[in-house]
Design a protein around this ligand. Structure first.
Ligand code: NAD
Length: 499
């Protein structure tokens, strides 16, 4: 099968390699070091959201394949072929994964763009971030220390930090390669074995990554990859009695189901869930920068970012001016083939997602918000939607409370600092937030007051492998990335010895 998108990315060699790979036949499951078909023999198709053309057939894992993957991952874990090797050797594997990602960066970026529609320059940036994550966790491998505790002369008390065991890693489709790296990196660094399920909407960059990792010769069963659907493969992973830990990124609703399903064998669980992040602009801010960043905050990845800045709180004295400036920039956004270097916004991932976003536009209009710009589908092929700005939004409207996961901004006026914090925190979510002000006292006061796993001051959405992400309230459970992932993928054991 091939992508019939007429557009060519700026990366001609990488683009050609991506197309060759797509044309090389159906994609299979990686279980126990072998590429295999699903037990059922079933496959699903994945398509290009910009052209609606089928890209590839992918083997569809279900519970029988999850059982096989768990057996392989368990065997690899218990045989200590991974957790028991020298940390220096394990670190070298992770470094080589980072290198191979960089060597195949353009190909991986084109695959990700074809599969989920993000502009190719942004996809390339994320591939770089994935390599950084593997390198960052390679550095940790030799530094995962236990501790010794003070006690009297007759005893020796120490703590070992050990891997969890078999880890199920379930991802969403919106930034697939970064999510794969942010889970596989620490899971492998800590000596676990992994079963990775990419989302059914965009599995290709993860499957290609698995091939590249496989070529490096990791012991069989250490990394298993099982594309498939949530209700079958994902649910089987959450409920499986021989999986020790589950790390999930996706919607809050599915996160709750996973938490319930994992109770059977008390899996250790981390959940990275949805958001409805407040971005607060005070009149003393650098308004030019704040306005530019506010547009990117809701348009990046067509708004399909968990930490998208979709609730913009603007001081009432500036509300109309900022709404007008943001709308002027958003209405000029270059929307089109994500393979073009100059495209600013590609399509949404699927027809379903597009319809969902457009239904929120209807809801904003009928609830009485002012539609400043956008609100329409673009063209009739591909799932493109205009950047959409609503102003004079009240914080209790659906467009201000529910995660839309599309390029829709709600601008909400506030009176003073207290009002901004109250309104900013008035949501079920607590994933990310930002404040723009030149008053450093206010900046830090607000950073403390916002109930959110991440806060940016005078910037938006900057990230780094060292910086953890995770949710207050219903945005999640535990933290990912940074040093906190080392805790999330290990457990401790206290040992007391009588001397
Ligand atoms: P989703 O919850 O529908 O699906 C996510 C993954 O879960 C997919 O792999 C899917 O197959 C699987 N799944 C679905 N049902 C399942 C079940 N019953 N049991 C086990 N697995 C199941 O989410 P989505 O719509 O694909 O992704 C968008 C959501 O992800 C948004 O809410 C977004 O905010 C969130 N997200 C969060 C972060 C973060 O870091 N907090 C990052 C990216 C995306």
């Amino acid at each position: 099968m091939s992508s019939s998108s007429g557009a060519q990315s700026p990366f001609s060699a990488g683009h050609r390699r991506a197309l060759d790979w797509l044309n090389s036949g159906p994609k299979r499951l990686l279980i126990g070091g072998e590429w295999v078909d699903a037990v059922s023999g079933r496959r699903f198709t994945t398509s290009d959201p910009a052209t609606e053309q089928i890209l590839a057939e992918v083997a569809e894992a279900d519970s029988a394949d999850i059982d096989r993957a768990v057996i392989a991952a368990r065997k690899a874990f218990e045989s200590s072929t991974w957790s028991g090797i020298s940390p220096h050797t394990r670190a070298r594997y992770l470094l080589r994964i980072a290198d191979t990602i960089e060597q195949h960066a353009e190909e991986l970026a084109v695959l990700e763009t074809l599969d989920m529609g993000s502009p190719v320059a942004a996809s390339l940036g994320r591939v770089g971030a994935a390599a950084d994550l593997f390198r960052y966790y390679a550095g940790w491998v030799t530094k995962i220390h236990g501790t010794t505790s003070p006690t009297d002369d007759s005893r020796f008390i120490y703590m070992l930090r050990e891997p969890m065991g078999v880890c199920a890693l379930i991802n969403a489709w919106n930034v697939p390669i970064v999510m794969a790296a942010s889970k596989l990196g620490p899971a492998l660094a800590c000596g676990n074995t992994a079963i990775l399920k990419p989302a059914e909407q965009a599995p290709l960059s993860t499957v290609r990554l698995a091939e590249l990792i496989h070529e490096l010769g990791l012991p069989p069963g250490v990394v298993n990859v099982v594309p498939g659907f949530g209700a079958t493969a994902g649910a089987a992973m959450s409920a499986h009695p021989d999986i020790d830990k589950i790390a999930f990124t996706g919607s809050t609703g599915v996160g709750k189901q996973i938490l319930q399903a994992s109770a059977g064998n008390m899996k250790k669980v981390t959940l990275e869930l949805g958001g409805k992040s407040p971005n607060i602009i005070f009149p003393d801010a650098d308004l030019d920068r704040a306005v530019d960043a506010a547009v990117i905050a809701f348009c990046r990845n067509s708004g399909q970012i968990c930490s998208a800045g979709t609730r913009l709180f603007v001081h009432e004295s500036l509300h109309d001016e900022i709404a007008q400036r943001i709308s002027a920039i958003a209405s000029q956004y270059r929307i089109g083939s994500p393979l073009r270097q100059d495209t600013q916004m590609g399509p949404l991932v699927s027809q379903r997602q597009m319809e969902r976003v457009l239904s929120y536009v209807d809801s904003g209009k009928s609830d009485g918000a002012r539609l400043n710009t956008g609100g329409q589908r673009v063209g009739d092929v591909g799932y493109f939607v205009q950047p959409t700005v609503f102003s004079n939004v009240s914080n209790d409207m659906r467009i201000a409370q529910e995660e839309i996961f599309g390029p829709v901004l709600s601008i909400i006026p506030f009176r003073d600092e207290e009002d901004a914090v109250l309104k900013g925190n008035d949501t079920l979510y607590g994933l990310a937030a930002a404040v723009w002000t030149r008053d450093i006292g206010r900046a830090h006061r607000i950073a403390r007051a916002l109930k959110s796993g991440r806060v940016w001051i005078n910037t938006y959405a900057e990230t780094d492998a060292v910086m953890s992400i995770g949710g207050y309230k219903q945005s999640g459970y535990g933290r990912e990335m940074g040093a906190e992932s080392i805790e999330a993928y290990t457990q401790t054991k206290s040992v007391l010895m009588r001397l």
